[in-house]
Design a protein. Structure first.
Length: 431
């Protein structure tokens, strides 16, 4: 009955939210790209490629989830040479990252809207032997269709923020039928088991395996690409670099102001900013130039013999983990002027000291563990951020202690990808 109402109301909701979604697509660009796939319409080439395949369907929303999906699918291919997967993603940036990394054993598609006629068309094309959902995306029609077709459904790297948990408890009678379709839930921390049990999932279906995102195994950092770009812009590889990773509106100017105030004490210092949304690059450049900074874009060629810029602004996607290799200190974005925080793991795995603001809600368990173990620095405001950056630039021993402590915290998740892959491969054999 609940699903019937959901499907009756879905077109109404789609119309209601459509103007906002269209505005977002227009703002991010490339909105026409394979638009039909979102409605379960696939071209002849895609249908031909998938016709003879038995696929594992992995669904990942955006760039962060796609990175987890790629890491997991790589481990699954190692374990099973015949493994083939269809990776669906919602955002254009997620699609770009997935296609740039996908090998022979993967087909990348846009995720279908969760309206039952559209979802049924997607199932008819993909014909999955199992479905793997990454982190938090459990949709009613997808889950029900999997249950009706007796296709095992797993939620991996399961993420449950405090806000989502409270919301789920308020509407537990609505979400329980959907969550009840999950055959396996792979959680990141031991305490997460009870939280998922409280939402109605049988304890025997929940496994604590650790976090794929925090698993150091299989992470590749290639410093050659950023070092070549720095050389092109005349930046010496020993230059101390303050790096703003996945920044949100307002944070770039805060970093720019801190950079200007610290430059007197650290004359060779430079700033690199990697905004979370690259389409903001022109706006960020204008704002930083108004502060008096000489700003170059990563996509600029760089003039031979030109003086190095004060700030390099990364306006390309899919390279961030490699750029952390050249940083001296990393500030993790969406934590000072916005809420939620971004992933601090990649800079830690690259061996860099990490700072973040007070808002790390999306990574609260990890952020708390890092702070408690003196493995990262959490700041209250721009002033304390400046003080801590200056401290780490002056005291390299303190920076190295932070890095060692942070890598010890992440070591608890070593093997999470392999454990998850093992559970996923066992799923199909039970049905």
């Amino acid at each position: 009955m609940i699903r019937l109402f959901y499907n009756l109301l879905y077109p109404v909701g789609l119309i209601f939210f459509l103007p906002g979604q269209i505005a977002k697509l227009l703002r991010r660009g490339n909105y026409r790209h394979k638009l039909g796939q979102r409605f379960g319409l696939y071209d002849r080439e895609v249908r031909a490629r998938l016709r003879s395949r038995r696929s594992t369907w992995i669904h990942a929303v955006s760039v962060g989830e796609v990175a987890i999906a790629l890491k997991l699918s790589s481990k699954l291919q190692q374990a099973d040479p015949e493994f083939f997967c269809v990776l669906t993603t919602t955002t254009t940036t997620g699609f770009h990252v997935a296609t740039s990394e996908a090998g022979e054993g993967m087909e990348v598609l846009y995720s279908p809207l969760d309206f039952w006629p559209i979802m049924r068309r997607a199932f008819a094309l993909i014909r999955p032997v199992r479905i793997v959902l990454v982190e938090a995306e459990v949709w009613p029609n997808l889950a029900a269709e999997a249950r009706n077709r007796r296709i095992p459904l797993a939620l991996v790297n399961a993420r449950l923020s405090k806000r989502s948990e409270a919301r789920f408890h308020r509407v537990r009678f609505l979400i329980e039928p959907t969550f009840g379709c999950l055959d396996a839930v792979c959680v990141q921390e031991p305490e997460d088991v009870e939280r998922w049990v409280a939402l109605g999932i049988p304890r025997e279906r929940i496994q604590h395996v650790g976090s794929i995102k925090y698993d150091p195994a299989g992470v590749r950092v290639d410093p050659d690409l950023p070092l070549e770009v720095l050389r092109r812009f005349g930046i010496d590889r020993d230059t101390p670099i303050l790096f703003g990773g996945s920044t949100h509106a307002g944070e770039e100017e805060i970093l720019g102001e801190i950079f200007l105030r610290l430059r007197g004490d650290f004359p060779a210092f430079m700033l690199i900013v990697a905004p979370r949304h690259v389409e903001r690059a022109a706006e960020i450049r204008a704002r930083l130039q108004r502060l008096g900074l000489n700003v170059c874009l990563r996509s600029d060629a760089g003039e031979p013999g030109a003086s190095p810029p004060d700030c390099l602004l990364l306006d390309t996607t899919g390279e961030l983990q490699h750029w952390y290799a050249v940083a001296t200190i990393v500030f993790v974005g969406k934590s000072l002027t916005a809420r939620g925080g971004q992933n601090p793991v990649e800079p830690i795995l690259a061996g860099k000291p990490v700072l973040f603001g007070p808002h790390m809600e999306n990574f609260s368990a990890l952020a708390q563990a890092l702070v408690a173990n003196k493995a990262a620095v959490q700041v209250r405001d721009p002033n304390s951020l400046q003080q801590q950056i200056a401290w780490l630039l002056r005291d390299r021993e303190a920076a190295f202690r932070l890095i060692a402590n942070a890598q010890a915290v992440l070591a608890r998740h070593t093997g999470a990808t392999a454990r998850t892959a093992d559970l996923v491969l066992k799923l199909a054999s039970h049905h």
